[in-house]
Design a binder for this molecule. Structure first.
Ligand code: SAH
Ligand code: SF4
Length: 383
C-alpha cells in the first residue's frame, strides 16, 4: 500500500545505503539513487535510466519519493515565494524562498505549530500540532528546488550544488531553519535532514550556509555541535531573564547565563566564528536605551552578530513594531559599543511570508492566545 512505502526523502546517506545493502546492492547504487532523487529531483523510478531494470522495479514496489501535498503557492512583488503544505487535520506549514542579489535562501519549517509559545510569534499562538518527519523537512527543499529550476528552465541554471550555485539568486544556496517550529525540539528528525542538505550527493550546501535557529534548547545545542555543526542563530529577544521569561517562556528552563555558556561551547565546533543573535524589536517592550545597555553586556560575553528583526504584527499579539527611528537608534547604540549589528529587511510582506507570520490562517487548536491573554503581564502596549 502507498502509505507503507519507504519515502526516500527521509533517508540520509547512511540509512539509504543500509537499505540498499539489505537488498544486496552495492553502496554506489545508493549514491546514484540519491543523486537522482535530490540533485535531479526525479520521483519516477522508471526515469532513473542508469539504474538496472530489476532495481527500478524493486524501488517502484517498495519506495516512494514524496513531498507533502502543496496547498497554495504565492509570489510577492519582491520575488519572494511562499508555499503552503498540507500536513493533515486542517493544519499547514510554510516554506519561503527569498532571492537576494548574491544568494537564494529557503526558509524551512521543522514542526506544525510550536510548543515554545513565544509571545510575539503567530506560530506560537497556534500551539503545537506535530513534529515533521525528515522526509517532510527535506521535502520542502526538494519541492522548492524542483519548482525553481523548472521555472528558470533547467538548461540555463548551473548545477544546483557546488560553488556555481552560491552566486546565483535563482537557486537555493542557503537554508535557514526559521520557518514554523522549534527545530531543536524535533532533533531526531532534523539531524538526517541537515545531513542531506550538506551531502554532496544530495543538496551539497556549505555548513556555513545552513542555519539552525533556536529559541535556546541548550542540551540540543550541545548535541548539534557534535553531530552536525552548522551555522547557529539564537533567538534572544530580551537582554534580561525577567523579560525573556515573558517573551520566550523556554527561558525559565534555560536562563540567559546557561544559554550564553552553551553558545560559547557551540562556537568551539561551529563552522562560523560567531553566533547570530536574533532580536525582535517590540515597541516599548524591549527597545529602550536601558535594554540596549543590557544587550551590550550580553553580547560582549559571546562572539556574535546581532540581527534586529522589525516585529511583524498579527492581530492576536497585542504588540506593536518599534518605530523605524527607534530601531535605528538602538542599532547605533550597539554599533557604537563595537557590536556588529544588522537590521533584517522584511520580505514578502504582501503575502504574509515574513518571520512569525507563517500559516496565519491555520486554526488555533489549543486556544493558547486566550490563555496567554489572561496570564501574561505585559502591559506597556495596548492591542
Ligand atoms: N523556533 C526557532 C525558529 C523559527 S522562528 C526560533 O525561535 O528561533 C525564526 C525567527 O523569527 C526567530 O528569531 C523568531 O523569534 C522570529 N519571529 C517569530 N515571530 C516573529 C514576528 N512576529 N516578527 C518578527 N520575528 C519573529
Ligand atoms: Fe516557536 Fe520560534 Fe515561534 Fe518561539 S519564535 S514560538 S520557538 S517558532
Amino acid at each position: 500500500m502507498e502509505n507503507e512505502r519507504i519515502n526516500l526523502l527521509g533517508l540520509d546517506a547512511a540509512a539509504l545505503s543500509d537499505l540498499i545493502g539489505q537488498w544486496g546492492g552495492k553502496p554506489f547504487r545508493a549514491r546514484q539513487l540519491q543523486r537522482w532523487v535530490h540533485q535531479r529531483g526525479v520521483d519516477a523510478f522508471d526515469n532513473m535510466t542508469d539504474l538496472a531494470r530489476d532495481f527500478r522495479v524493486q524501488l517502484s514496489e517498495r519506495c516512494s519519493v514524496q513531498a507533502l501535498p502543496v496547498g497554495t503557492e504565492q509570489r510577492s512583488s519582491d520575488g519572494t515565494r511562499k508555499w503552503l503544505f498540507d500536513v493533515g487535520q486542517g493544519n499547514a506549514i510554510e516554506t519561503v524562498f527569498i532571492p537576494e542579489d548574491d544568494r537564494g535562501t529557503l526558509c524551512v519549517s521543522s514542526q506544525a505549530g510550536c510548543a515554545v509559545n513565544c509571545r510575539f510569534c503567530s506560530t506560537g499562538h497556534q500551539g503545537f500540532n506535530r513534529n515533521l518527519s525528515t522526509a517532510e523537512i527535506v521535502g520542502q527543499l526538494w519541492w522548492a528546488r524542483r519548482v525553481l529550476e523548472a521555472d528558470a528552465g533547467s538548461a540555463r541554471l548551473p548545477a544546483a550544488t557546488g560553488k556555481a550555485a552560491v552566486e546565483d539568486p535563482r537557486v537555493i544556496s542557503n537554508v535557514v531553519m526559521m520557518g514554523m517550529g522549534e527545530p531543536l525540539l524535533n532533533y531526531d528528525q532534523l539531524l538526517p535532514a541537515l545531513r542531506l542538505m550538506l551531502d554532496d550527493n544530495a543538496y551539497g550546501l556549505s555548513r556555513r550556509r545552513v542555519t539552525v535557529s533556536t529559541s535556546g534548547v541548550v542540551p540540543m545545542m550541545d548535541r548539534l555541535s557534535q553531530d552536525c555543526p552548522v551555522a547557529l542563530a539564537v533567538s534572544l529577544h530580551a537582554p534580561n531573564d525577567g523579560l525573556r521569561d515573558e517573551l520566550v517562556p523556554l527561558n525559565k528552563k534555560y536562563p540567559l547565563d546557561v544559554l550564553l555558556a552553551a553558545c560559547n561551547r557551540y562556537l568551539e565546533f561551529a563552522p562560523r566564528d560567531f553566533i547570530t543573535f536574533e532580536y525582535c524589536m517590540l515597541d516599548g517592550i524591549n527597545d529602550t536605551d536601558q535594554h540596549a545597555r543590557e544587550l551590550i553586556q550580553i553580547a560582549r560575553q559571546v562572539r556574535c552578530k546581532l540581527n534586529l528583526i522589525p516585529f511583524n504584527p498579527f492581530p492576536e499579539s497585542g504588540l506593536k513594531r518599534s518605530p523605524q527611528v527607534r530601531v535605528r537608534v538602538f542599532a547605533q547604540r550597539l554599533m557604537d559599543a563595537g557590536i556588529i549589528t544588522t537590521v533584517r529587511k522584511t520580505r514578502g510582506d504582501d503575502i504574509a511570508a515574513a518571520c512569525g507570520q507563517l500559516a496565519g490562517e491555520v486554526q488555533d487548536r489549543t486556544r493558547v492566545a486566550e490563555r496567554r491573554a489572561r496570564t501574561i503581564p505585559i502591559t506597556q502596549v495596548s492591542a
